[in-house]
Write a protein that binds this ligand. Sequence first.
Ligand code: A2P
Length: 263
Amino acid sequence: MITELPKSYRGLDRLKVLSVRHWTDRTFSFTCERPISLRFRSGEFAMIGLENGDKPLLRAYSIASPNWAETLEFYSIKVADGPLTSRLQNLAVGDEILIRPKPVGTLVHDALIPGKRLVLFSTGTGIAPFASIIRDPETYDKFEEVILTHTCRDANELDYGKHLAAEIESDELLSEVVGGRLKLISTTTRQQTEQMGRMTDWLRDGRFAAATGAALNAENDRVMICGSLAMLLDHKAICESLGMEEGSNSSPGAFVIEKAFVD
Ligand code: A2P
């Protein structure tokens, strides 16, 4: 039952946590109930958090579930001394989180001009908005092919994305919509695995072209980027060197960026 919030918490909803899954020592995901009135575009983020005396503790989090889902999903890092994540990582089923139910963001279809390939570059928990995008049928209406890259330091950090791709494949409806047009490229940069390296290096040395069938190009490709600030800037520079222009909600372009928020 939703009880009344203190006045200082005006505009915030309380949502019950429905499931929690710990993926690694550093990451976890959870789902919570979705208010009927909460609408969002796949790829957007919302302010979520916990009660904290007089003032709620809120941070921006990408919504990892697609816009048609009945529940909201979030994928989070655990920071030992992080004001919010140190507490959020202890969430249990039945607990409540706070949300400001006004999602926004630029990693949305509306901010991109039409193209053939949608390329989603992510590192770490920057995969969260793309977990939403790759489960949205609109993505496959708009693009012939979707490539998601996920780069992390260690192999187990790639599990969330791999699990997601497997889940899409085993979902009767979604797998039909996707029709084999989604490709996940997972790489590590520190732990030795079969596929290693930063995606910026893959783009420069031809490994991206070899793995996907074509080099990144301004004519066919539309790009979304989500990760640390350094990662964003390096990918952005590569897009701009290819003649791509950055897009926004008011002025769509060939690529869009958003920082993976909590770190
Ligand atoms: P690396 O191990 O070479 O730093 P972080 O946890 O620091 O956010 O990093 C997550 C992943 O993103 C790591 O695999 C890291 O590689 C990679 N990364 C960090 N900075 C960049 C960058 N500027 N361009 C591309 N990948 C990056």
